[in-house]
Write a protein that binds this ligand. Structure first.
Ligand code: KG4
Ligand code: ZN
Length: 342
């Protein structure tokens, strides 16, 4: 069984073709970096036009790379939300049209479910239920993944997403949009105790996050330093900021693990762009070790948005009989917990 997956929810146009035996036949991705970097963030209208320009070329390239024709595709899947509506319209309508024309099943995939299931694609030993940190540019959640379409939300952010906070701090330090990776890079040469940034909600008894106060504190620090900023101070800010993020995640996972005692959780899993961060991975490894459970992370390049995750989630939903109707429309907001009742 061969599945083609399309991702177009934000600023990555991606197409992948996978088999149900776990092979990636093709993985194509264009980051719309040059389109958006001029504006310091993703411009939705520009993103949807770029998706439209790239998508058919990527599908053709994917088929060539996989050495198959469009008729060999058994399932067409596309991200249907959450995300930017203009981009979602592009991916969804192409997948729908191809499926309709070729009389094949079409699956509208929840983008967050695709992130949540991605680590399973590479780690067949990963069994449900698992505890998941889903941290991306738009979301920060701790969830119990009980099965395909079955998610229990333990905590979420009440303001900024973790990736958004990384991006905003990066921007304050002069790096372009999606600057999380630069913070990690600079933090390597910095002192994590140089600045005492706040750890919001760390003493609350729930698993919810808040990052906005941390962001403001970093902003005030940078403003105070002003023109005295050096690369060394930047590194110290990055290391101290990253350390605050890790402390918050550590505390929230400890709370989550207390809440889910007796739920037979054997794995802590992390996915989404922020899960590329090695210090965050180290933090989760430490908690897992202390609780005698294992960690499994998506491969770094598959933590971020990609077509394989959409194809895989599409395939897993197909196996469960969750085939979508052609009248489905994009859902800019689509919480994971709603999947169970659909
Ligand atoms: O999952 P993703 O590719 O797209 C969304 O669905 O949002 O996540 C992108 C986010 C951005 O905020 C980016 O700065 C962040 O992931 N990110 C990182 C790192 N690499 C990417 N954050 C921290 N450390 C990194 N190494
Ligand atoms: Zn994403």
């Amino acid at each position: 069984m061969i599945t083609l997956g399309i991702e177009s929810s934000c600023d990555e146009t991606a197409v992948a073709i996978i088999t149900d035996t776990g092979k990636i036949l093709s993985h194509q991705l264009i980051t719309q970096y040059k389109e958006h970097s001029l504006y310091g963030g993703v411009v939705p209208e520009i993103a949807s036009r770029a998706h439209l320009e790239y998508i058919d070329k990527l599908i053709n390239k994917s088929l060539t790379e996989a050495n198959i024709t469009i008729n060999d595709i058994d399932i067409f899947a596309s991200g249907a939300g959450p995300g930017l509506i203009g981009g979602l319209i592009v991916g969804l309508n192409i997948a729908k049209s191809l499926a309709f024309a070729l009389k094949k099943p079409f699956i509208a995939v929840n983008h967050l479910e695709a992130h949540a299931l991605m680590p399973k694609f590479f780690n067949k030993e990963l069994t449900f239920p698992y505890l998941l940190l889903l941290a991306s540019g738009g979301h920060t959640q701790i969830l119990i993944v009980k099965g395909v379409g079955d998610y229990e939300l333990l905590g979420t952010t009440i303001d900024d997403a973790c990736g958004e906070c990384f991006d905003k701090v990066a921007k304050m330090l002069g790096w372009e949009y999606m600057g999380g990776k630069y913070i990690e890079e600079f933090a390597q040469n910095g002192n994590p105790n140089a600045f005492d940034f706040p750890r919001p909600l760390i003493y609350s008894k729930d698993c919810n996050f808040s990052f906005s106060g941390l962001k403001t504190s970093v902003r005030q620090t940078i403003e105070k330093i002003g023109s005295n900023m050096t690369d060394k101070i930047k590194s110290d800010i990055c290391a101290s900021f990253q350390s605050a993020i890790c402390d918050i995640i550590e505390k929230k996972f400890k709370t989550a693990l207390k809440q889910i005692q007796n739920k037979n959780i054997k794995y802590i899993v992390a996915s989404g762009g922020v899960a590329r961060n090695q210090k965050i991975r180290d933090t989760l490894n430490k908690i897992a070790q202390n609780n005698h459970i294992q960690t499994i992370f998506a491969e770094p390049q598959y933590c971020s948005d990609n077509g394989v995750m959409i194809a895989f989630a599409g395939q897993e939903n197909y196996k469960k009989g969750n085939i979508s109707n052609y009248d489905i429309t994009p859902r800019p907001r689509w919480p994971l917990q709603e999947l169970k009742n659909e």
